[in-house]
Every structure is written in structure tokens, then in C-alpha cells.
Design a protein around this ligand. Structure first.
Ligand SMILES: Nc1ncnc2c1ncn2[C@@H]1O[C@H](COP(=O)(O)OP(=O)(O)OP(=O)(O)O)[C@@H](O)[C@H]1O
Length: 232
């Protein structure tokens, strides 16, 4: 679904992410682990086209999109949920979903229902102003809104950050359900060991913008080596 080859990106003349090779196979999860400032968000922004690539290639569903603007990547099936549980705070939860659903007609309405099935707690909160929701509820809303676009690749930046554990479990339960359903690929960035590595088909550890460790097939067995790489 996604193939990054020799990807370097940064800000102005500064390179933050160096020569990254990484893939997300169809219908699977790829996890990128790394501490604060390792370059995880920068990598995602380059994948989305929000930052120009300094060198290397971004191939999405077989097509080279390295120089394509973000909206064209979105049209090819990428949905991005940035860090920080972003929503339109003044709008209700329902309106947050509706603004996206309206752009997708009947599919948008169907996908809204499916997303609410995935996050049933949101159904009772639809009338509430998004800015008044808890961090966990806003994160669920942000993921639901991304799903309403009908993505083939869901890109998640630290969805568990700052969220209480029971809601994190709900969010990861939903991601597991989506993966089990097939058809959706996930690129997930996390600081901490846990769901990401346990469920990853591929994983990479990023430190100062470089991949310092990688592997295929996550699960409990790989946790010690990933922990060791994170401690580098
Ligand atoms: N807009 C920017 N302009 C210049 N440098 C930036 C910018 N955003 C991030 N950086 C720098 O790029 C490096 C990597 O930051 P990035 O946000 O990609 O890391 P991260 O792994 O996502 O960290 P975190 O877990 O804190 O989000 C840091 O040194 C940071 O200071």
C-alpha cells in the first residue's frame, strides 16, 4: 500500500529524517517507534505531502506520489490523524462527522454509521460540542472522521498519547477490528511499546531521524529487542 525508499525530509535546509526505507503491506499494520523528537511526525508529514521530500520516493498503491500535493494523496485513499486529538472544537461531534460525510454522499452516511459502530460511546455524545469532549473522546472522533473518508491507508500519530488507558484500549480494539476486516492498512507511530509492536506486520525504530532497528512480524517475542533499540 505504501513504500518509502531512501526518504529524507526536514525543514528548510535541515534534514530531520534520513534515508528511511519503510513499507506498509496491504491490509497490515506498520509501526514506527521512537522517542520524543526522533522524527516520527516529520516522517508522517512527508508521507502525507505536508513537507517536501528532500530525497527518496513515496509510492502509494503502486503510484509514485513523491511530488504530489496532499489532497491528491488523500484522494488516493490516505487519511491522517495528527497528534493531539484535533477536531473542530466549536462544532458538535455530529457536525464534525457530517462535514466530512457530506463530501462523500451516501458512502459518507454509511461510513459514519460504521465508524459509530466502532466507537459506540460517541453515539451518545453526538450533540456535544467537540471542544467539550474528553481527550479520549476527541481522539475517537478524529479517527471516526478519518474513517468517514473511506481510507485505504490510515496514518495515526501517537493516538494513545495523553489518553486514559481504558479509552486507549477501546481505540486499539477498534484498530484491531478494522485490520481484521481487511481492506485497510495502518501506519502507526508510537513512543511506547505496546499495541503497535504487538500487532505490527512490520516495525521500525527511529532515532535521530534514522531507522536503527527494524523487523517483520510483531508480537511479544520482539518486545525485548525493540525495547533495547529504543534505549539506544
Ligand atoms: N516545524 C519545524 N521546524 C523546524 N524543526 C522542526 C519542526 N517540527 C519539528 N522539528 C524538529 O524536528 C525534529 C523531529 O521532530 P518530530 O516532531 O518529527 O519528532 P517526533 O518523533 O514526532 O517527536 P514527538 O514524539 O515529540 O512528536 C525535532 O528536532 C524538532 O525540533
Amino acid at each position: 500500500m505504501l513504500e518509502l525508499t531512501g526518504l529524507s525530509a526536514g525543514y528548510g535546509r535541515t534534514t530531520v529524517v534520513h534515508d528511511v526505507d519503510l513499507g506498509v503491506a496491504d491490509g497490515t499494520l506498520t509501526a514506527v517507534l521512537g522517542h520524543n523528537g526522533a522524527g516520527k511526525t516529520t516522517l508522517l508529514r512527508a508521507v502525507l505531502g505536508l513537507l517536501p521530500v528532500q530525497s527518496g520516493r513515496v509510492v502509494l498503491a503502486g503510484e509514485d506520489v513523491t511530488t504530489r500535493p496532499p489532497h491528491q494523496r488523500v484522494r488516493r485513499g490516505v487519511a491522517y490523524v495528527p497528534q493531539g486529538q484535533q477536531s473542530f472544537g466549536q462544532l458538535s461531534a455530529r457536525e464534525n462527522l457530517q462535514v466530512v460525510a457530506d463530501a462523500h454522499g451516501r458512502d459518507g452516511r454509511r461510513r459514519t454509521d460504521e465508524a459509530l459502530d466502532l466507537f459506540p460511546a460517541l453515539r451518545d455524545l453526538l450533540g456535544r460540542q467537540a471542544g467539550l469532549l474528553s481527550g479520549g473522546q476527541r481522539q475517537q472522533l478524529a479517527i471516526a472522521r478519518a474513517l468517514v473518508t473511506g481510507p485505504r491507508l490510515l496514518v495515526l500519530d501517537e493516538p494513545a498519547e495523553g489518553i486514559q488507558p481504558n479509552v486507549v484500549a477501546e481505540i486499539y480494539g477498534a484498530i484491531s477490528t478494522l485490520l481484521a476486516g481487511g481492506g485497510l492498512s495502518v501506519l502507526l507511530v508510537e513512543q511506547h511499546l505496546g499495541f503497535a509492536v504487538e500487532h505490527a506486520a512490520q516495525y521500525a525504530v527511529l532515532a535521530t531521524g534514522r531507522v536503527v532497528h527494524r523487523g517483520a512480524g510483531g508480537g511479544p517475542d520482539v518486545v525485548p529487542e525493540v525495547r533495547a533499540a529504543l534505549a539506544l
